[in-house]
Write a protein that binds this ligand. Structure first.
Ligand SMILES: C[S@@+](CC[C@H](N)C(=O)[O-])C[C@H]1O[C@@H](n2cnc3c(N)ncnc32)[C@H](O)[C@@H]1O
Length: 349
């Protein structure tokens, strides 16, 4: 066996390490500690340790974590007065929030590394053997029901979704013109209202309804132009001139999606617009690793048996539910499969 092969195998085996070491640095709020001294600040090991919430920090452990994360491109390590110092790289600037730095990936990191969420991965092989959902196998209920009973998981999941959503919303708002003609719109499975908040900010004439499970909307902040409504999309959806659904259907199988579309049909007026922001994939997926391939496996670990769909599959499913497809709009950005799929409620005879 060549050393390249061994290196690849070991890299794959140990690829959990950066996720969990980063988690420790985020729980210790090290990026915040350095950022408080200024964007270009470099703090010595002792200075960082002195700002941790303990009287007895272990410098040895701390330096091992910081050195590793410097090698991973999170911090810049330098040497001054016989002691290492650490500054923030541009990547580290995604790991704290202040008035100059309003966007953070901390909620994404904390959800993905959380013990409850990580447990699903230990059951992925059971999905293959028995067709079960990994999260459900691990916890005896699905992620959404789990969040209802566990405020910690409810918060980390909702915050992670909100953080991810911020990454793609500028593209959606800028590239899809259809929002101009919409007067009122409900975002189905809208989480804390982050996506709708961005849409209504860009199109303030829209009256927005953010619709999600009651325990999810209970955590949502008040957003101008938006009413939060709790409910179950499998039972009914509030009425509005248009419906927006982003990254929800990917969590569900075709039968569940058809049920959601049935409720969308009831909630919309004739010619009402159904606007999906979901992944649209090629018929044949390739084996080159991408962020979206990882996202697909994350869905497999945590969600309810959903899957990615091609344009043909969306078209067929929408048509069967009374929504002829109007167009598919591609979006720039790192989520290359995310597209807007627009359909219109068919006239009833
Ligand atoms: C993957 S998240 C997407 C959130 C949001 N649309 C976004 O793009 O950030 C799926 C959302 O569907 C919501 N959801 C799950 N089951 C639901 C139900 N039965 N009724 C309404 N919302 C539901 C979840 O609470 C969650 O907020």
């Amino acid at each position: 066996m060549g050393s390249d092969e061994s290196q690849k195998a070991l890299d794959t085996i140990f690829s959990f390490v950066p996720t969990l070491v980063l988690k420790s640095a985020l729980l210790l709020k090290i990026p915040d500690i350095i950022a408080r001294e200024g964007p270009e600040a470099s703090l010595s090991l002792h200075e960082i340790a002195a700002l941790l919430p303990t009287q007895t920090p272990n410098l040895h452990y701390l330096s091992r974590i910081l050195t590793y994360l410097s090698a991973k491109g999170i911090f810049i390590q330098s040497q001054a007065n016989n002691e290492p110092s650490y500054a923030l790289t541009n990547t580290a600037k995604l790991f704290f929030v202040n008035e100059k730095n309003p966007f953070s990936l901390v909620p994404v990191a904390l959800m993905q590394s959380d013990e409850v969420l990580q447990k699903s991965w230990h059951y992925l092989h059971e999905s293959v053997l028995h067709g079960c959902q990994a999260f459900e196998k691990a916890h005896g209920k699905d992620l959404w029901s789990y969040g209802k009973d566990d405020p910690h998981v409810n918060n980390i999941v909702n915050d992670c979704m909100a953080s991810f959503t911020m990454m793609g919303m500028a593209q959606i708002v800028n590239c899809y013109e259809g929002f101009r003609e919409v007067q009122s719109m409900v975002d189905v499975g809208g989480g804390k209202g982050t996506a709708l908040g961005q849409i209504v900010k860009a199109y303030p004439h829209i009256q927005g309804i953010n619709f999600d499970l009651p325990h999810v909307v209970a955590t949502a902040p008040s957003i101008p132009g938006i009413q939060h409504v709790g409910g179950n999309m499998f039972e009914s959806i509030p009425s509005a001139g248009a419906i927006f659904i982003k990254k929800v259907l990917i969590d569900w199988d075709d039968e569940s999606c058809s049920k959601i579309f049935e409720n969308c049909y009831k909630a919309l007026p004739e010619n009402g617009r159904l606007i999906l922001a979901e992944d649209v994939v090629q018929n044949h997926s390739t084996a080159s690793e991408s962020l979206e391939m990882v996202a697909d496996l994350i869905m497999m670990a945590h969600a309810n048996g959903g899957r990615e769909r091609s344009e043909e599959e969306w078209k067929k499913m929408l048509h069967n539910s009374g929504f002829p497809l109007v167009k598919v709009v591609g979006l720039p950005g790192i989520f290359t499969k995310l597209k807007i799929v627009e359909a219109i409620k068919m006239k009833t005879e």
